[in-house]
Design a protein. Structure first.
Length: 562
């Protein structure tokens, strides 16, 4: 056995745990860790950013795409504060993340010296993490790190937070070279629960399945499709899509839960698969009427948190759904149900065609034309990161997703402006064989715009498509729908970028990205074709009308109510 310092021991442990990318920003007190990363640069790619908010969101995006925890280390209390958005969104969207902070030296703890915290830096994150702790000594780094990855990667997924006193990086410890523990934790629900759920489904006349992000998060899309096909029932999805739990091209998929209240009201059983019924307090809550409600989740906190179902089943979705499907037996009504579901699917397609056609042939670019040009230009298997505010529902509906693994959004539970740009960089790092397109609103983009520099630094072929309608328009669009006087107050409230105007393409060019501003369908298609052909980090600024968000919000709201 050899003796090494704590920083070297951490990096060696990361390599043994199978980590291939580490996210970090260097500051005073982190030099030993940076030196260890540099010494192991052939085994562990070092990823940095211009601030800890972007860095943390990049790491969380990487973890989502990898379906496995990412490692990120930030600088003392200030870096931890800036990185908190990564923890809040990771908590909300079930992202496994090992978030770590370098903190005050043990010798100076409690003296309010350099980069101090009043008590413990982990208190900043306690309510958003599955586990948090301060590592007491260098020799325990492997133990704490392995445990952190195990906890983050065990369902229900989520972030953990470790703190490393800065003097631990230089403290000497023995490198024992211990191999990580193999953890097998993909558990099916109890046999009695499986049989009870199968019994309810067999006896149901009008079942409806609602899929949530957990279905995709835990690799259960195929199992959900198999169960739906065995039943022949209609499938809906939770309203704010973070991860797609069902292919949108499947003939039994009808669309979002909130847009199909009549379908739910007519059901006698509603099976909610890891669904977040997150409410804003501004819309009418979902009413399941007299239907028998069943919630399935590996998260015991979700089972009765948002509704009190008739049956709550604790279990990982894939093995549980496979067991339920196997226990079903023949379903006589399957063909009739499937035909009714297909009619709803056709109605959804027709509605989307109507929305896509709005101002499709106009000289200026409307959202339907923007998405049509993107769909035509992007290579097969392109991943879409959807965070364009008032345009988000159209990205989910107007582009078909036969492969649910091609879509990443953010839930309303997470609700974080600026998430999409950094997340898309992390997703591209994790999926180097796919192209990633980030569809971003210009307002949200400005929250984290410097993140794109990391894409240029890492030579990542992310295509950032910025929908420029002259400001942070989704709030004004919602105000228009709500008939609020704020609909006429965008300039007063600082939601517009007109004086002075912002040139996002010029900003991107200054950071080393290929960039272009476009205003017509032909210009957009030319820019997209060039971006996909070149394989460089590219920003395309798409100029569209400020009224576009308002009009499409009205159309979408009316369509949903219909």
């Amino acid at each position: 056995m050899t003796r090494v310092n704590g920083a070297e021991l951490l990096v060696r442990t990361l390599v043994r745990l199978g980590v291939r990318d580490a996210f970090n920003i260097v500051g005073l007190g982190l030099f030993p860790l940076a030196e260890a990363f540099y010494a192991h640069r052939d085994e562990l790619r070092y990823v940095t950013a211009l601030n800890e908010t972007n860095l943390g969101l990049m790491a969380a995006g990487y973890a989502r795409a990898n379906r496995s925890a990412a490692f990120v280390n930030v600088y003392h209390a200030s870096g931890t504060g800036l990185g908190m958005m990564a923890l809040t969104t990771a908590w909300a969207d079930g992202v496994p993340l090992v978030f770590t902070s370098t903190t005050s030296s043990r010798a100076l703890a409690g003296r309010d010296q350099y980069a101090a915290v009043p008590r413990a830096v982990t208190e900043m994150s306690d309510q958003f993490t599955k586990w948090s702790a301060e590592v007491p000594s260098a020799d325990r780094i492997p133990e704490f790190l392995e445990r952190a990855f195990q906890i983050a990667n065990t369902a229900p997924y989520g972030p953990v937070h470790l703190a490393f006193p800065m003097d631990v990086w230089l403290e000497q410890a023995e490198d024992t070279g211990v191999s990580p523990t193999e953890v097998l934790a993909d558990f099916a629900a109890a046999p009695a629960a499986v049989e009870r759920l199968a019994q309810l489904l067999r006896g149901s006349e009008r079942p409806v399945i609602v899929t949530g992000a957990e279905v995709a998060r835990y690799g259960a899309v195929g199992a959900a499709v198999a169960l739906a096909e065995a039943l022949g029932c209609t499938v809906l999805h939770e309203d704010k899509v973070a991860d797609l739990g069902f292919p949108t091209t499947h003939p039994q998929y009808a669309g979002k839960l909130g847009a199909h209240r009549a379908v739910v009201e007519g059901a006698d059983l509603v099976l909610l698969l890891g669904v977040e019924l997150t409410e804003s307090g501004l819309t009418r809550p979902m009413d399941f009427g007299d239907a028998t409600t069943v919630v399935l989740s590996p998260d015991p906190l979700l089972l009765t948190r948002q509704i009190r179902p008739d049956l709550a089943v604790l279990g990982a979705p894939r093995p549980t759904l496979e067991a339920v499907t196997a226990a079903l037996g023949p379903i006589p009504q399957r063909e009739t149900r499937a035909a009714a579901a297909a009619e709803l699917h056709a109605t959804r397609d027709a509605r989307n065609d109507r929305i896509r056609a709005i101002r499709y042939d106009a000289d200026e670019l409307a959202i339907g034309r923007i998405l049509a040009e993107l769909e035509a230009a992007m290579p097969e298997g392109t991943i879409i990161v959807n965070h364009c505010a008032s345009g988000e529902p159209f990205v989910e509906d107007l582009i078909p997703y036969p492969d649910t693994d091609r879509f990443f959004g953010i839930s309303s539970k997470a609700s974080a402006q600026g998430w999409g740009g950094p997340a898309s960089i992390g997703i591209q790092l994790a999926r180097p064989d796919a192209r990633v397109v980030a569809l971003l609103g210009d307002g949200g983009f400005m929250f984290s715009s410097t993140a794109i520099y990391a894409a240029a630094q890492q030579d990542l072929p992310v295509v950032f498509v910025i929908l420029n309608n002259g400001g942070w328009r989704d709030i004004g669009a919602l105000a228009t729908v709500a008939k609020s006087p704020l609909a006429d107050a965008e300039g007063v409230m600082g939601w517009t970028f007109a004086d002075p105007p912002i040139d996002h393409a010029a900003f991107a060019a200054s950071l080393g990205l290929e960039s272009r501003r476009v205003a017509t369908p032909g210009e957009l298609r030319e820019a997209l074709d060039k971006a996909f052909a070149q394989g460089r980090a590219t920003l395309i600024e798409v100029m569209n009308s400020p009224e576009d968000a308002h009009e499409f919000s009205r159309v979408f709201t009316q369509s949903s109510e219909d």
